[in-house]
Design a protein around this ligand. Structure first.
Ligand code: NAD
Ligand code: TYD
Length: 380
């Protein structure tokens, strides 16, 4: 729906809804499913449906009386204004973004547009909307900006984990665009008293993640006996968090977080990429005893590294845990098991999202990468 289209098809909500942006993507859809499952009230989902947005993720709640979907762009100033004025949300939960580092390296423009311009558009509209509210409405209103640990840059093996005071040092176009958006939020809090909160989370995994990110890509390739492309030496470390734990952290921050604060969110699960891929292969060996591709680890293939590849991310989530009592409920082992089972039982979903456009992307990203012997040697 664009600014000129009527919003009449969308039910007006009572009690006050939240406005979610990017709710058809990986984390946003898990968030909406969790929010509705917990009976937390109405949600309006504004999503442009880029290649990463898939309404099928929300098929289970399509008819839910508390769920409304609006197709549109967060950069569309008129549409955002109309939605705020019409639905009078008690909060904006802002997920919408271009989110894949490799895509940001090949084509940064969309990242600057959506992540920076889009956030600016939302902030400007949220400020005007907030100023139109009465005292009670203003006191309740929140703008929750969902961001990433990648804004902090990269860690050496002996460095302490990222904390809320770690200086920003983004290294990829994606990370730079998210850092810029975090700074805009900060400025809107400081200058205009917008009641915003920022969260910076580590790598998520779980159901509905587009199979261009490490974990779902490896599962999808392994099932088909395709190479499992490990960048560089595979010793880069990420701190993995099960997506539903992230969503629960966001709900906690939205309901109880302090205005103007940043909360780091992470699972305390640091793993090298190679460890993640070999663990996935072992799980697939176990869950697919008839697979002709067993042992799946034989498919691991070292390919040319990502330019500017960050070596290590790790999150110190003690502020969120200590101040708001949040704890991750899944360990990496239980979360990964659930995730692999989900992908194995949702082959149709993977099939439907890996369209022709996606195949073109695969060609662009992997077609020109040399196959290399990693530091530990090719595992073939
Ligand atoms: P995603 O790429 O899966 O989903 C992004 C969603 O935003 C899609 O539904 C897409 O259609 C929508 N979108 C994109 N541009 C839009 C626009 N201009 N207007 C409206 N909608 C638009 O991303 P994700 O992994 O779900 O990440 C969600 C948010 O969480 C992002 O802001 C990301 O930076 C942040 N984050 C992600 C991770 C992770 O591991 N995936 C970790 C920390 C933070
Ligand atoms: P990714 O899922 O793209 O997340 P991010 O770049 O935001 O951390 O990648 C996770 C890690 O896996 C990262 O170090 C890059 C690496 N990787 C590979 O080794 N091979 C791949 O094909 C992909 C997509 C990622």
């Amino acid at each position: 729906m664009d600014a000129n289209q009527s919003l009449n098809g969308v039910a007006e909500c009572n009690p006050k809804p939240i406005l979610v942006t990017g709710g058809a993507g990986f984390i946003g859809s898990n968030f909406i499913l969790e929010w509705l499952a917990e009976g937390r009230g109405p949600v309006v989902n504004l999503d442009k449906l880029t290649y990463a947005g898939n309404p099928e993720n929300l098929a289970a709640v399509e008819e839910h009386p508390d769920y409304s979907f609006v197709r549109g762009d967060i950069c569309d100033r008129e549409l955002v204004k109309q939605l705020l004025d019409r639905f009078k949300p008690r909060a904006v939960v802002h997920f919408a973004a271009e989110s894949h580092v490799d895509r940001s390296i090949l084509g940064p423009e969309a990242f600057l547009k959506t992540n920076i311009d889009g956030t600016f558009t939302l902030l400007r509209a949220a400020k005007a909307y907030m100023e139109s509210l009465d005292v009670a409405g203003r006191a309740d209103f929140r703008f929750l900006h969902v961001s990433t640990d990648e804004v902090y840059g990269t860690l050496a093996p002996e460095d302490p984990a990222f904390h809320e005071g770690t200086p920003y040092a983004p290294n990829s176009p994606y990370a730079a665009s998210k850092a810029a958006s975090d700074h805009l939020v900060r400025a809107w809090v400081h200058t205009y008293k917008l009641p915003a909160i920022v969260t910076n989370c580590s790598n998520n995994y779980g159901p509905y993640q587009f199979p261009e990110k490490l974990i779902p890509l490896m599962i999808a390739n392994a099932r088909q006996g395709k190479p499992l492309p490990v960048y560089g030496d595979g010793q880069q470390v990420r701190d993995w968090l099960y997506v539903v734990d992230h969503c629960r952290a966001l709900i906690t921050v939205l309901e109880n977080g302090r205005i103007g604060e940043t909360y780091n969110v992470g699972g305390g699960n640091q793993r090298s990429n190679l460890e993640v891929v070999t663990t996935l292969c072992a799980l697939l060996d176990e869950l697919l005893p008839q697979s002709q591709f067993r042992p799946h680890a034989q498919l691991i293939t070292y390919v040319e590294d990502r330019p500017g590849h960050d070596r290590r991310y790790a999150i110190d989530a003690r502020k969120l845990e200590g101040e708001l009592g949040w704890r991750a409920q899944e360990s990496f082992e239980t979360g990964l098991h659930k995730t692999v089972e989900w992908y194995l039982s949702h082959a149709g979903w993977v099939e439907s999202v890996t369209s022709g456009a996606y195949q073109h992307w695969v060609e662009q990203n992997y077609g020109s990468r040399e196959t290399t012997a990693g530091a530990t040697g090719s595992s073939r």
